[in-house]
Design a protein around this ligand. Structure first.
Ligand SMILES: Nc1nc2c(c(=O)[nH]1)N[C@H]1C(S)=C(S)[C@@H](COP(=O)(O)O)O[C@H]1N2
Ligand SMILES: [Mo]
Length: 313
């Protein structure tokens, strides 16, 4: 697989030392070779490639949801099932010293120090629709890097057919993870097929509305897959694991008939308990029709040619 990283995601000169990207101490703790740092930087600096080929990504006529709604109405079950309580409870979480590990079926596993990475990274801006499986929607201006540019650094092996995303497990700071009543088995897990993960629309977001991600929105780093229901876009990711088999994912495990592994937005396939034909844009009075692949059919439908829409959900 030939994948390169676009120069856009290089480091600022000021930060162009291996130490700016990775903490050697942590790499050593993680048992990874120090030479990897230099090698990673070399690959990163050289890079140019297909990750930003969709440009402009997607023109959206919709105006972004008001920031207070994005910041105050959240699904984040590690804290609460009460969407308005999440923003308060999430402030308990200490997101500093965050390590993101990329491992599994790769030639060059990586541990990224998110504090340092964020300082050195030039990010792309992407305004995307977000459609929750529950029937509400938002339009969010994200900033981040295409997942594909990060995966290029670790060089997936030919066995890498799926990508697993694991969110933080830290019951001491996540009150919902301490609840005995919680339906989800922690940590929160999600997954994509490798071609979905490599698609240029798939973003690892570190910010939104021109600010670093708020805790309630998944700081310091979350996935954004705009053509899929929101539950696929895992927050607070600590591990990205390339795998040869389809990973078990949290919602699918809990209720496969309600939450498919694919989770592609599809107005023609109802959730067992409600229709998916329309949606309620947060901040608007009227409902709107839901679009196939959440409006991104032109960009992504080819990934699923020959697949049954029901299995896609
Ligand atoms: N770790 C984690 N990620 C998660 C969730 C969650 O409960 N835990 N909820 C998902 C769901 S259902 C949605 S709709 C979006 C909501 O993102 P937002 O609160 O930033 O709008 O996050 C997704 N990512
Ligand atoms: Mo959701």
């Amino acid at each position: 697989m030939l994948i390169r990283v676009p120069p856009l995601h290089g480091l600022h000169d000021r930060d162009a030392t291996p130490q700016a990207l990775f903490s050697r101490r942590r790499l050593a703790l993680a048992g990874l070779a120090a030479g990897l740092v230099a090698e990673t930087q070399r690959v990163w600096a050289q890079a140019a490639g297909p990750c930003n080929e969709i440009s402009p990504p997607v023109a959206l006529a919709d105006k972004p949801t008001e920031a207070p709604d994005f910041l105050g109405y959240n699904n984040y079950f590690e804290f609460s099932t009460d969407k308005k309580a999440v923003r308060h409870l999430a402030q308990e979480l200490d997101t500093s010293n965050w390590l993101l590990t990329i491992e599994g079926e790769v030639e060059k596993p990586l541990v990224l120090d998110m504090d340092r990475l964020r300082q050195g990274l030039s990010t792309s801006e992407r305004i995307y629709r977000l459609r929750c499986v529950e029937g509400w929607s938002m339009v969010v201006p994200w900033s981040g890097i295409p997942l594909c540019s990060l995966l290029a650094l670790v060089r997936p092996t030919s066995k890498a057919k799926f990508v697993e995303f694991v969110s933080l497990s830290r019951p001491s700071q996540m009150i919902g993870q301490r609840s005995k009543a919680s339906a989800i088995q922690w940590p929160y897990r999600e997954g994509l097929r490798i071609d979905e993960a490599m698609h240029p629309l798939t973003l690892l977001a570190t910010g939104a509305y021109g600010q670093p991600l708020a805790k309630q929105n998944g700081a310091p780093v979350r996935l954004v897959v705009p053509w899929k229901y929101g539950f696929k876009s895992a927050k607070a990711i600590t591990h990205i694991r390339l795998r040869d088999a389809r990973p078990e994912t949290s919602w699918n495990r809990l209720s496969p008939s309600e939450y498919g592994f694919y989770g592609n937005v599809n107005p023609t396939v109802p959730h067992p308990r409600w229709s998916q034909a329309r949606e309620n844009p947060i901040g608007e009075v009227r409902k709107r029709p839901t679009l196939a692949f959440n409006g991104y059919a032109e960009q992504v439908a080819h990934l699923y040619s020959g697949q049954d829409p029901l299995t896609l959900y």
